[in-house]
Design a protein around this ligand. Sequence first.
Ligand SMILES: [Zn+2]
Length: 252
Amino acid sequence: MGATISLRAVVIHNRPHRDQDAIVTMLSHKHGLLKVMVPGAKKHSSRLAPLATPPLLGDFVLSESKGFYYLKEGDAVESFKGLYSSFEALTAASHILEVVQDTVVDTESAQVIYPLLLYVLYDLSTHAEKYRQIVAAFEWRLMDALGFGFDLHDCDCGKPNEMPTYAFSFTKCRLFCSNVACVAKAQDYRFVSSGCVEALRYIRDAKLERLSAFHAADYVLDDLSAVTHRYLCERLEKNYDKMSIIDSLPPV
Ligand SMILES: [Zn+2]
């Protein structure tokens, strides 16, 4: 075996490999995404198996051989247990992990996305009931981090009307007021409440540990989730549909 490296990382994906093994994807602050072979991960007796289940934050020791990484040992730091008591929070976490796996492309993006991911996983595991605003906050903040920032200034027509409604333009990546001439310029848009715009501005500027610490009425959350999700899917050119399973469940 070659060199060993020690690192703290989040396990974000696991796929079976051959009969007994698994290949996990880890995200670390310094190294970005790493694919790591976990020998024997499918055996019940394996001491490594509990470390191979996403999402899990751990301290790991890897060995490198011929360009492949192998998990030698590790300790769980945080297993986000609270997620497992809420179907919604677990689904939200799996959506977030999928997006992270697609968007960490280099060590630079890892440095921004790693702390965001840790915070939102922790938030979801301790405030499962806030899953909708946590997901929206994650999606919106990620877009900013990836350089897909949206202009949240008021309409520049000089005569924004007093309606509490904005046109969120997916075409122009900015807001328009609800004057007829302005809405026409917005092209592909969704009307959103001023509460939604306030929440978007809050999320853009908030400290990570306060990211979801805002109050939003249900109709505001509906707007917020709709625009952040569609904006994300359009910019990343992928239909992220894991969350739709929650909407398809009968009301409790
Ligand atoms: Zn206007």
